[in-house]
Ligand binder design. Structure first.
Ligand SMILES: [Mg+2]
Length: 127
C-alpha cells in the first residue's frame, strides 16, 4: 500500500497542484488549509509524511512543526517544509525547528515525485 501524505497549505492553487501530483503518484493524500485543521487531522491516524507550508495564516508552519516535535505522539513524524525560495533563511529555520527537509516553491512538478520518494525512504534527513 502506498504511503499517506498530509499536505498543509493555505494557497488553493499550490495545494491543488501538490495534492493532484501526489494522488497521481498513487499516494493517499489528506489536505489541511491551516495548522489548526492539520492538528485535527493528526489527532487521527498518523500519515507517513507531512508537507507543511511555512507561510500559513494563524499558526505558521514553523510553529506547527515545533509543536509536533514536542508531542510524543507526533515527535517522529516525517515533516518536510514547503518554503518560498524568495524567503531567504526559511530553509535553515525549517531545519532548526525539526523539519526533516524542505522543498522550495514554486514547486518543480517534475522533481517532486522523486523528492517525496526520497523523504519517504529516508526518515531523517536532518543535517
Ligand atoms: Mg502559504
Amino acid at each position: 500500500m502506498k504511503a499517506t501524505i498530509l499536505v498543509v497549505e493555505d494557497n488553493p492553487t499550490n495545494r491543488k497542484l501538490v495534492v493532484d501530483l501526489l494522488r497521481y503518484e498513487g499516494y493517499e493524500v489528506v489536505e489541511a488549509v491551516d495548522a489548526e485543521v492539520a492538528q485535527l487531522v493528526l489527532a487521527g491516524p498518523l500519515p507517513d509524511l507531512v508537507l507543511i507550508d511555512i507561510a500559513l495564516p494563524g499558526m505558521d508552519g514553523l510553529s506547527l512543526t515545533r509543536l509536533l516535535r514536542t508531542d510524543d505522539r507526533t515527535r517522529h513524524l516525517r515533516i518536510v517544509a514547503l518554503t518560498a525560495s524568495a524567503m531567504k533563511g526559511d530553509e535553515q529555520q525549517a531545519l532548526d525547528v525539526g523539519c526533516d527537509g524542505y522543498i522550495t516553491k514554486p514547486i518543480n512538478t517534475r522533481a517532486l515525485p522523486a523528492l517525496i520518494a526520497g523523504f519517504l525512504r529516508n526518515p531523517d534527513q536532518r543535517g
